[in-house]
Design a protein around this ligand. Structure first.
Ligand code: TYM
Length: 326
């Protein structure tokens, strides 16, 4: 029996290069390896844990599926599906919530960040976000989860829940580990924190054209271009990180040396980076147009994925319900 991989991306918008490098590249690698049963979902239920509008959600869940397909995920190799179409996710999450304490959830850094971001909207659903994510992972008994490093606290919760579930009800769920990529943490274009969908001017979207990418990179805050030590934070650090990811570590070292000697010419650096980023995005955008023009294929993928996911999810959930006496 092959081991299982599960990953998801919230249906809050189209994807950016942080999602691509931190998550989708890992999904592609695990899918290509042929060593795993791969389940890739769109986390549309997770999207209702922070303020959302139904019209946006209705649209965005398809956008994420289109992005998955455009990036090259193959519906013949992986099960691609919408979380909300498989009711077992929400049902299992409720059962799992009996195994975690409110205090444990309140102390999570990811929860605290969201509370800061949406002080008026700290719902129970938000507090339960990691339980739902554990449900996603455990329903398929996944052993590997390709996600960015920001998701590590959630994976820790999923492992804790798996241990508790196993010890309380004599079950044998895997403790899933993160499958990391080189781009596990893509910094924000603002120079502060990680690249994020919800921060203005932070992200390069997979759908951005060359001019947009260039303009966004030109807006990254920089300095005089030289100094005593290479910057370890801020916009220059972001540019250096993106250089490593898109042009390679040797090129980054060249820039670092320039910084310490004659100085970096940021205009040139940003232009070169824009070209390389765009080169990576061209084939993705071409594929995206194909799926945008053929929405019936996207619907077929989702319906096919739903059936396959539900088969596995319902079997696993039945075992847990039996063990719990339900
Ligand atoms: P979300 O939508 O916030 O992020 C989706 C994926 O993109 C990664 N990511 C990044 N990676 C590197 N650099 C960045 N700047 C960056 N920004 C985002 C995230 O780490 C994530 O892998 N909770 C998940 C969604 C989810 C899920 C799951 C994931 C729901 N259920 C089950 C795995 C398994 C999330 O926040 O996605």
């Amino acid at each position: 029996m092959k081991q299982t991989v599960l990953a998801g991306i919230r249906a809050t918008s189209k994807l950016h290069i942080g999602n691509y490098l931190g998550a989708v590249k890992g999904m592609l690698e695990l899918e290509k390896s042929g060593e795993y049963e791969t389940f890739f979902m769109v986390a549309d239920i997770h999207a209702i844990t922070t303020p959302f509008d139904p019209e946006g959600l209705r649209k965005n869940k398809y956008e994420v599926v289109i992005d998955y397909l455009a990036c090259g995920l193959d519906p013949e190799k992986s099960v691609i599906f919408l979380q909300s179409m498989v009711g077992e996710h929400a049902e299992f999450a409720f059962y799992l919530s009996s195994l975690v304490t409110i205090a444990r959830m309140q102390h999570l850094p990811t929860f605290k960040e969201k509370v800061k971001q949406y002080p008026e909207s700290t719902s129970l659903a938000l507090l339960n976000y990691p339980t739902l994510m554990a449900s996603d992972i455990l329903l398929y008994n996944a052993s590997k989860v390709p996600v960015g490093i920001d998701q590590e606290p959630h994976l820790e919760i999923a492992r804790e829940i798996a241990r508790k579930l196993n010890s309380t009800y004599s079950l044998a769920f895997n403790e899933a580990t993160r499958f990391a990529t080189e781009g596990q943490y893509v910094p924000s274009l603002t120079g502060e924190g990680k690249m994020s969908k919800s921060v203005e001017g932070s992200a390069i979207m997979l759908t951005d054209d060359f001019e947009t990418i260039k303009n966004k990179l030109f807006a990254v805050p920089t300095d005089s271009g030289k100094g005593e030590g290479v910057p370890i934070s801020g916009g220059v650090k972001t540019l250096l990180e993106l250089t490593t990811l898109f042009l390679g570590v040797e090129k980054r070292k060249e820039y670092e040396l320039m910084y310490l000697s004659d100085g970096i010419k940021y205009k040139q650096m940003k232009e070169e980076l824009a070209e390389e980023v765009y080169k990576v995005l061209i084939p993705i955008q071409e594929k995206r147009r194909y799926f945008e023009n053929n929405p019936q294929i996207v619907v077929e993928v989702i319906n096919y994925g739903k059936n396959k996911a539900q088969k596995v999810a319902s079997e696993n959930l039945a075992k847990v319900k039996f063990a719990m006496g339900l």
